[in-house]
Unconditional design. Structure first.
Ligand code: ADP
Ligand code: ASP
Ligand code: MG
Length: 416
């Protein structure tokens, strides 16, 4: 078996879905499972719909109408006069969603989130399944909620590997070409759960792991993994080969081309991961496998924008010791701050955090009772793997003051 994953960008419109079929025809689709994400920016749109729903806004319905229209337009472009059946499927999914929203009494945002946002992947997989069939590629539509079993941790559910493994094997028996959804699963009560934003790569890795796949290919709008996000860095180079370990490091520091959880399952079974361009499927792209850490060996750049740098010192200028640090970390955890970097000196403790859940003001209120706190909001965190002279020149040329710098043998980080 081999596993293919097509992300939102690759199926954002009818041209993308047609291209998906062309890719399959070009590279072969025997014993293949195709994992798809929601189309284009559907997940973001669903998050907005949900916020309006929780704020009792009339915009909820407008959002639903627009999103349905977006999908209907895609199938009209794909199927022409033969779109009736798939339009019915789309209508039904939206009816179910409206039914859920009208009857829902749960105030649990995360629970409701998963029930609502999961429709994105259901829609895209139904459309892709139907269009593959329409194009002569007989295939099986697999409901990944029946396979991927998780705990109740809505929005970032944890996998039950044993149950999932049995279900996937049973679910795919006798099917040599299947289409399923990334990102979604279900818990023991059969409520839908999700694996975290951008989690489709991870779903694909789960399928690959369980099926002992020969490879996983993630089809992207870039030629492969580059040594920097081309939206941010000019003159990027294609990384032809990356070791699992190096890829894990890159993903950990924020190279958003691969979801960080994707790599561990693949590494455990040494399943190669290909990252390839869906526009040029025959090009080699990148392969992640066991071996030499990077080819070509060049510095890799990662930018995380809009971070917060806190510098703490004790009010009485006493030393920052373990007790203070453990107290600070407890608070960071409580206020759901992701810690990106720390640096400690005798009387000050600096920490760069990601204020993902907008809880900085609350956190500062508590911290300021015990510490002097200097805040630098909206800073950029540059991480460079395999720092060299070229990277040093690059950082200097940004032309903005470096607020904090930290280096190990392999990784340099700069807060700017
Ligand atoms: P999808 O969700 O469609 O699978 P993503 O948008 O999540 O795809 O990932 C592809 C994007 O990742 C690219 O368009 C690119 O801007 C970004 N990206 C970030 N870092 C890198 C990198 N090191 N190499 C290539 N692309 C990168
Ligand atoms: N559709 C989900 C998201 O946008 C999952 C994914 O695309 O990987 O986060
Ligand atoms: Mg993505």
């Amino acid at each position: 078996m081999k596993v293919f994953k097509f992300g939102g960008a690759s199926v954002r419109d009818a041209v993308g879905v047609k291209n998906l079929v062309s890719v399959l025809k070009e590279v072969g689709y025997d014993k293949t499972i195709v994992v798809v994400s929601a189309m284009g920016k559907t997940t973001n749109a669903l998050e907005k719909i949900l916020d309006n729903y929780f704020n009792d806004s009339k915009k909820t319905i407008d959002g639903l109408v627009q999103l349905k229209q977006y999908h209907i337009q895609i199938v009209k472009n794909l199927f022409g006069n033969d779109s009736f059946e798939i339009e019915e499927t789309i209508n039904k999914l939206f009816e179910e969603l409206s039914g859920f929203l009208n009857s829902n009494k749960s105030p649990n945002y995360s629970f409701v989130y998963d029930q609502v946002v999961s429709i994105g992947e259901l829609l895209s997989s139904k459309i892709v399944h139907a269009f593959m069939k329409f194009s002569g590629l007989e295939n099986y539509w697999l409901d990944s909620r029946k396979c991927i079993k998780t705990d109740d941790y809505y929005r970032a559910a944890n996998l039950d590997w044993e149950l999932t493994s049995q279900n996937i094997k049973n679910g795919l028996k006798g099917h040599s070409l299947a289409v399923t959804q990334g990102f979604i699963g279900s818990n023991s009560n059969n409520f839908t759960t999700t694996l975290g934003r951008e989690g489709s790569d991870y779903s694909a890795a789960i399928f690959a792991y369980v099926l002992n796949a020969s490879s996983l290919t993630i089809w992207k709008d870039v030629p492969g993994v580059l040594n920097g996000d081309p939206r941010v860095f000019k003159k990027t180079k294609l990384l032809k080969k990356i070791s699992y370990r190096e890829a894990i490091e890159l993903a950990f520091y924020g190279a958003s081309v691969i979801h960080p959880k994707t790599l561990q399952p693949l590494q455990r079974k040494e399943i190669p991961l290909f990252v390839k361009s869906f526009e040029n499927p025959k090009n080699e792209g990148t392969v992640v496998l066991k071996g030499k850490n990077l080819d070509p060996f060049v510095p890799c750049y990662i930018l995380k924008k809009n971070q917060v740098l806190l510098r703490l010192s004790t009010i009485d200028f006493s030393f920052i010791v373990e007790e203070n640090i453990s107290y600070i970390f407890r608070l960071l955890h409580e206020y759901q701050m992701t810690v990106e970097l720390i640096q400690n000196s005798a009387i000050s403790f600096s920490v760069c955090i990601n204020n993902k859940y907008d809880k900085l003001d609350e956190l500062l209120l508590i911290l300021r009772a015990k510490f002097n706190v200097e805040v630098n909001d909206g800073v950029d965190l540059f991480t460079v793997r395999h720092f060299n002279q070229e990277a040093s020149n690059f950082i200097q040329n940004i032309g903005k003051p470096i607020l904090l710098e930290q280096r190990t043998e392999e990784t340099a980080q700069f807060i700017i």
